[in-house]
Design a protein around this ligand. Structure first.
Ligand code: C5P
Length: 314
């Protein structure tokens, strides 16, 4: 086929612990990542000339090489130059629904869709591992976004252990339209403020990873204990984002005061989310928090946990 349409889901963090520094200047992490049904649609098409074109009508999504979806196509064209020459250029159209710079891996999941889409369109037959390796060259969350579902992520975020799927959990998301948080800022500020608590030697880092692997959040997921999952939500980056942006703390408190399993910021923020057991509960929570905050700058979404990552759109 000369074109593919793909669904690229967002992710939320159920757990994010910063363990320490890495020699590559990134952070050693232990995270639980969860795909959700809030998704972008990515169309990929072969075009006559050997070039890469990105189209997106969202004002914050650049069409050039600074777009991670463009970089994904560029990486594939360099990795497989003969196939690129045979098939011609690549046109990528992004139908954006996931908020940008929001802690939901919106860019990473677009890049993951380009890798999966080109693997299909060019009939490369890459393995999941090969796609994940390419993804890791683009961003720490890209490998997870390819397969999605529920996973424990360590290393930079690219070392993945699948966890049992969590069905029937709903999520209400809220984000201030005018507020975005840069991921490098969040990690840099965390290092400045909490660097002295970092675990430095490799053995202690391994112990920290093991503690999460065999810890209460992973156990709660294994037992499908939704109440415990809600209670155990944890994100170290809240320690820098909430003091800097007090409106986020208020939003978190508004969510937590409702009938929810738990509430937390996703990734480096600023999206705040709450987990519920049903769609109707999610709708009630959305209406209550909307009423309480009464701020036209605040946008809401309702989604469901997703058991997969990139899929072909129907
Ligand atoms: O890998 P990605 O491009 O998504 O990372 C964005 C930024 O987040 C990095 O430049 C780095 O500042 C920070 N980061 C980090 N440690 C990680 C992942 C991301 O410090 N494990």
């Amino acid at each position: 086929m000369r074109s593919y349409s793909l669904t690229a889901p967002a992710k939320i963090n159920l757990y994010l612990e910063i363990i320490g520094d890495r020699p590559d200047n990134y952070h050693e992490l232990a995270m639980v990542l969860q795909s959700i049904s809030l998704a972008d649609k990515i169309d990929i098409r072969s075009i006559g000339i050997e070039t890469i074109v990105v189209r997106c009508d969202h004002p914050l999504v650049p069409p050039d090489a600074s777009n991670i979806a463009y970089r994904a196509a560029s990486l594939m064209s360099k990795q497989f130059p003969d196939v690129f020459a045979r098939y011609g250029g690549i046109e990528i159209t992004i139908d954006k629904h996931i908020p940008v710079a929001a802690g939901l891996a919106g860019g990473s999941t677009n890049a993951a869709a380009v890798l999966v889409g080109l693997d299909l369109m060019w009939e490369l037959g890459l393995t999941h591992g090969e796609l994940q390796e390419l993804g890791a060259q683009l961003g720490s969350d890209v490998p997870f976004c390819i397969g999605g579902g529920t996973a424990l992520a360590t290393g930079r975020g690219e070392v993945l252990s699948p966890l049992p799927n969590l069905d029937h959990i709903y999520v209400v998301l809220a984000k201030y339209k005018s507020l975005s948080i840069s991921t490098p800022w969040a990690y840099k500020t965390y290092r400045q403020q909490f660097g002295d608590t970092y675990v430095t030697d490799t053995e202690s880092q391994e112990n920290s990873r093991q503690r999460v692997h065999s810890g209460p959040m992973v156990s709660a997921i294994a037992h499908h204990n939704h109440t415990e999952i809600g209670k155990l939500l944890h994100n170290d980056l809240e320690k820098v984002a909430l003091p800097e942006y007090p409106q986020l703390l208020k939003l978190r408190e508004a969510f937590a005061s409702q009938n929810v399993l738990g509430a937390m910021m996703s990734g480096s923020g600023p999206t705040m989310f709450a987990l519920t057991e049903s769609q109707s509960q999610a709708e009630e929570v959305e209406a209550a928090v909307k009423g309480k905050m009464a701020d036209p700058d605040l946008e809401f979404w309702i989604a469901q946990f997703n058991s997969s990552g990139i899929s072909i759109a129907h």
